[in-house]
Design a protein around this ligand. Structure first.
Ligand SMILES: *[C@@H]1O[C@H](CO)[C@@H](O)[C@H](O)[C@H]1NC(C)=O
Ligand SMILES: *[C@@H]1O[C@H](CO)[C@@H](O)[C@H](O)[C@H]1NC(C)=O
Ligand SMILES: *[C@@H]1O[C@H](CO)[C@@H](O)[C@H](O)[C@H]1NC(C)=O
Ligand SMILES: *[C@@H]1O[C@H](CO)[C@@H](O)[C@H](O)[C@H]1NC(C)=O
Ligand SMILES: *[C@@H]1O[C@H](CO)[C@@H](O)[C@H](O)[C@H]1NC(C)=O
Ligand SMILES: *[C@@H]1O[C@H](CO)[C@@H](O)[C@H](O)[C@H]1NC(C)=O
Length: 258
């Protein structure tokens, strides 16, 4: 299918075919959370409108995509690598709390997320991709985790940890997309921008990261960036929390390969 056809059908069906979305938890949403979803739909509608009147259809070309930059930027991808995939990740950051320690703070204990193919979106409509991260945090994944509301992006992978410090990306889960697998090492982090989307309970956005693939990665995968984060941060203290808990988050993952 031609890229332009894909974009139009993806956006068009999102807007016009009234897909059934999981519930939007209005009570859990921030004041402004609804505005964010409305903003997303407004942007979506204007893009669909814009696509219809464009004489030259938009082209889905990852070489034209620009990695979003934080106020204090991460180091750029290593020269010679190319952008292979952009995914929108939606899931939870996991934390543990030592309840025997009255002054304990939550400790990161991995994350789990479903990855959705946002390659065309990020290269063609970066503002829409950014807006989708902000909107997606307001919706939980459906039961089988194959649907990212409010969009109809397809699943391209899974993200979880293989040790407490080893983020893992499996981009081989989809029938027609086998993009590789990589166990990674975090090499750099930088705070999310001040206006980054907060989580369902107002949690600040987790930092942006640069990860480097360890030996044994497939598909040529070398470097992974986590950007455009929404939510995911733990409270400052363990008071009133359980020994393990999850915080909902969304983020874009940019995969560079050789
Ligand atoms: C998402 O799930 C969490 C717990 O699993 C729940 O606390 C939260 O209210 C849910 N949010 C929405 C928007 O449904
Ligand atoms: C998903 O991403 C890949 C590469 O990142 C792209 O080539 C492909 O066309 C995308 N598939 C769909 C259905 O969008
Ligand atoms: C309790 O938690 C604080 C904050 O993380 C830490 O500095 C301290 O070492 C912990 N105390 C014990 C006994 O684990
Ligand atoms: C996930 O759910 C959707 C709609 O409920 C369904 O069409 C799809 O087949 C399910 N996928 C899997 C892998 O179960
Ligand atoms: C992981 O990254 C850190 C920080 O750059 C570095 O010190 C360490 O050697 C790396 N570990 C591996 C296994 O690559
Ligand atoms: C944490 O992540 C794992 C997947 O790695 C998941 O199965 C588990 O339910 C999550 N939540 C908690 C509270 O441990």
């Amino acid at each position: 299918m031609r890229a332009s056809t894909f974009i139009l059908s993806a956006l068009g069906s999102s807007v016009f075919a009234a897909p059934t979305f999981p519930d939007l938890n209005v009570a859990a949403a921030l004041p402004g959370g609804i505005d964010t979803v409305a903003e997303y739909f407004n942007l979506l509608a204007s893009k669909v409108q814009a696509s219809k009147i464009l004489i030259q259809a938009p082209v889905c070309d990852l070489s034209k995509a620009f990695l979003p930059a934080a106020p204090t930027p991460l180091p750029p991808p290593t020269a010679g690598l190319y952008l292979k995939h952009v995914a929108l990740g939606r899931g939870t950051q996991n934390y543990t709390c030592d309840l025997k320690n009255a002054t304990a703070v939550p400790v990161a204990n991995g994350a789990v997320a479903t990855l959705f193919n946002a390659s065309c979106l990020a290269s063609t409509y970066p503002d829409l991709a950014s807006s989708l991260s902000r909107a997606a945090i307001q919706f939980n994944l459906t039961e089988n985790e194959s649907k990212l509301a409010p969009s109809n992006l397809g699943v391209s992978g899974l993200h979880y940890f293989t040790t407490t410090t080893t983020p893992f990306f499996n981009l081989d889960v989809s029938q027609n997309l086998k993009l590789g697998e990589a166990q990674c090492n975090k090499t750099n982090n930088t705070p999310a921008p001040a206006n980054a989307a907060k989580g369902q309970k107002g949690e600040p956005a987790v930092p942006w990261l640069k990860l480097v693939a360890k030996a044994g990665a497939s598909g040529g995968l070398q470097e992974v960036y986590r950007v455009e984060t929404a939510g995911g941060s733990a409270p400052a203290s363990c008071k009133g929390l359980t020994p393990t808990f999850e915080v909902q988050y969304a983020a874009q993952y940019w995969f560079y390969a050789k």
